[in-house]
Structures are given as structure tokens and as C-alpha cells.
Design a protein. Structure first.
Length: 94
């Protein structure tokens, strides 16, 4: 399976933060990818000295849907898994 990141603008996951920091958008995503416990992250649009607030989460909107909340100015990024597309094409051949 291939891993991918999906996003939801003006949403965040609450109550599952494992790390909170101020950094740029790229570094926030990279920290989540490198942290085995990180399953998603919230990135706030307000800047503080050129950096944004980044919250790494140990759950996703899919595992904890009741904790997924509308929050203006925040973008939620979740990790997901996709089945290999070549394998799908092979299965769907006539």
C-alpha cells in the first residue's frame, strides 16, 4: 500500500496532540512523516515570527470523527493509505 496525505481546510482534530510547535508548513509535514506516532497534523494560518502553529496528532479524523471540528484558519492533514494502482488495473482486466 502507498501512503498519502489528504487535507481539509478550516478543520482540525482536537484532543490528540503529541507535539505542538511553531515552524513552517514543510517542516510540520516532515515532522509528522518522520514520527511513527503521528497520524495527522493541524496547521494554523496565523503566523508567529514567520512560522505557523503546528500540532502533531496520534489519531485521524477517521479514527476519531467526533473530535474533528470546524475551525476557521486551520488546515487539517491526515495520513491515509491507497492500494497500489497497478495492482487495481491488473484485477480489473477483462
Amino acid at each position: 500500500m502507498t501512503q498519502y496525505i489528504y487535507l481539509s481546510s478550516d478543520f482540525r482534530l482536537v484532543g490528540h496532540i503529541i507535539e505542538s510547535l511553531f515552524t513552517d508548513e514543510f517542516d510540520c509535514g516532515l515532522r509528522c512523516v518522520r514520527n511513527k506516532k503521528c497520524q495527522s497534523y493541524n496547521l494554523y494560518s496565523d503566523e508567529f515570527h514567520g512560522n505557523k502553529k503546528c500540532e502533531l496528532n496520534d489519531q485521524t479524523d477517521r479514527s476519531k470523527p467526533t473530535d474533528f471540528r470546524a475551525t476557521k484558519g486551520c488546515t487539517y492533514y491526515g495520513k491515509g493509505r491507497a492500494i497500489n494502482m497497478q495492482y487495481n488495473k491488473h484485477l480489473n482486466k477483462d
